[in-house]
Design a binder for this molecule. Structure first.
Ligand code: NAP
Length: 465
């Protein structure tokens, strides 16, 4: 017997892979439709939900993390279920999901990092910001990472918000970090840090810096770190000045004002210095005995390229910066999922406004959708994911509107749990996560922290049980 998909007898069943912001915005939009009966099952390879809100957002940005209250409300809806500790590709496959659900929404983000393609990137002491951020945030993938803070000079390549997060964590004192939810082992390691100079290196000028004004402002609030900007570099070239005079982006104007303030501030003699170095490109990371000892940079000038975009052009002036640690923060990159279409060059799941496209045939892959960084690449803040996810869910609903289908056994709610059980997967439900969440909050309260993160998966599972 056939029913209308989305009716009382035949709900529209959606599997979402990943549980970060884009996953929750997609779930929220699907479940908030009164005219449709939709069931959402969200899977994550970790026992914990929230993706980059837990594993990426800086530990001293607790206010940003409050967004999880919205996700909790979505998770409390009766048609929502969370299955943590379930890995797509090993525990469950694309084919199995397509058997048990009407469709899949991939919300897997961009878990790797872009490479610069310069010599020395693989030396000991050169790491991606992805690793460093995952490490200080207690992400189970990065618990074994090691960073040598006995060095005095650190270079951070790139001038986005991630680069500034990384610089700030290195610049803050243990006392400033103690009231955050930074991983315990990271706080311990940073207590012994001998880092004195942090160089954040941007290939273009201050007007093109990718970090935003709140992050710029925070640099001024560092207790023991001076921020250094060469006033000369704020004397803008014609094209940057024209852009600044005409831009509707108030944030760029505000950032420039803050940089002017920094450049005009007399140093107070604080023990650490954070140098914002504009118009330098890295040419090589060099070292001895396989270990980083410095970075070779070329000074750039700014030229107007196609469509008015301001590009960096090498001047040929080479400078060497002796550093013992290099953190590369030039953007995240997506990783292919087993059996799922993937665009290697862009590092995304190819799609037409959220409908997955077969990379080879360029045809739409019916019943497969994508949201977030896996859809558009690693850009935008948490809020950017809401309209992005809704664009996808609108198309998903359009595709199923008016369709009829049978209500086979394997699509039923009970069958999903039976299927996971039959595979002996030690899954974690949302209630299970809430137990761990409460445990972390309680443990954190004892130390005056918002939470004490559990970092090992086996420990998480023990607490949940
Ligand atoms: P991003 O904003 O794209 O910044 C990447 C930086 O790397 C840019 O300065 C870029 O310079 C530079 N870069 C790229 N390729 C390079 C190369 N080959 N050599 C030297 N420099 C290179 O990326 P992100 O910092 O990873 O952040 C990702 C997204 O998350 C962003 O949208 C960001 O705003 C967001 N985020 C937000 C927050 C927050 O709201 N607090 C915190 C963290 C992240 P060009 O501009 O010249 O390309």
């Amino acid at each position: 017997m056939k029913y209308q998909i989305g009716s009382e007898n035949r709900p529209l069943s959606v599997a979402i892979i990943g549980s970060g912001p884009s996953a929750f915005y997609a779930a929220g939009d699907l479940l908030n439709r009164t005219e449709l009966n939709v069931q959402v099952d969200m899977f994550d390879r970790l026992p914990t939900p929230y993706g980059l809100v837990r594993g990426g957002v800086a530990p001293d940005h607790q206010r940003i993390k409050n967004v999880t209250k919205i996700y909790e409300r979505i998770a409390s809806l009766p048609q929502f279920r969370f299955w943590g500790n379930v890995n797509f590709g090993t525990d469950i496959s694309r084919e199995e999901i397509l058997k048990h659900f009407d469709c899949i929404v991939y919300a897997v983000g961009a878990k790797s990092d872009r490479q610069m393609g310069i010599p020395g990137e693989q030396l000991i002491g050169s790491y991606s910001a992805t690793e460093f951020v995952g490490w200080y945030n207690g992400h189970p993938d990065y618990l074994d990472a090691q960073f040598d803070f006995s060095v005095e000079k650190v270079a951070i390549i790139g001038m986005g918000n991630v680069a500034i997060d990384v610089a700030r964590i290195l610049a803050k004192t243990p006392e400033e970090l103690a009231s955050t939810d930074i991983a315990d082992y990271a706080l311990e390691a940073l207590k012994n840090s001998r880092v004195k100079n942090i160089y954040v290196i941007g290939r273009r000028g201050p007007v093109q810096a990718a970090f935003t004004s709140p992050e710029a402002k925070e640099m001024l609030e560092l207790e023991q770190t001076e921020v250094i900007v060469d006033p000369e570099v704020l004397k803008l070239d014609g094209a940057s000045q024209r852009f600044l005079d005409t831009t509707k982006n108030r944030d760029t104007v505000r950032t420039m004002e803050i940089l002017q303030r920094i450049a005009g501030t007399e140093p107070e003699g604080k023990p650490r210095q954070l140098h914002l170095m504009f118009q330098y490109s890295p040419l090589e990371i060099y070292g001895s005995n396989e270990r980083v000892s410095g970075i070779k940079l070329v000074k750039n000038k700014l030229v107007e390229g196609e469509g008015g975009r301001i590009k960096a052009e090498e001047t040929g002036i080479i400078e060497e910066l002796p550093v013992g640690l290099v953190l590369r923060s030039i953007g995240y990159k997506g990783v292919a999922l087993p059996g799922v279409s993937f665009d290697e060059r862009e590092g995304i799941i190819p799609n037409h406004n959220g409908r997955v496209v077969d990379e080879r045939t360029k045809e739409i892959c019916s019943r497969e959708y994508v949201v977030g960084w896996a859809k558009r690449g690693p850009t935008g803040v948490i809020g950017t994911n809401k309209p992005d996810a809704i664009e996808t869910t609108q198309h998903l609903l359009e595709d199923f509107r008016g369709q009829t289908a049978e209500a086979p056994e394997e699509l039923k709610r009970e069958s999903i749990e039976a299927w996971l059980k039959s595979k002996k997967i030690e899954y974690v439900t949302f209630e299970g996560w809430k137990r761990l969440d409460q445990h972390e909050i309680d443990e954190g309260a004892k130390k005056g922290k918002p939470r004490q993160k559990t970092t090992k998966i086996e420990d998480m599972l023990k607490i949940i049980k």
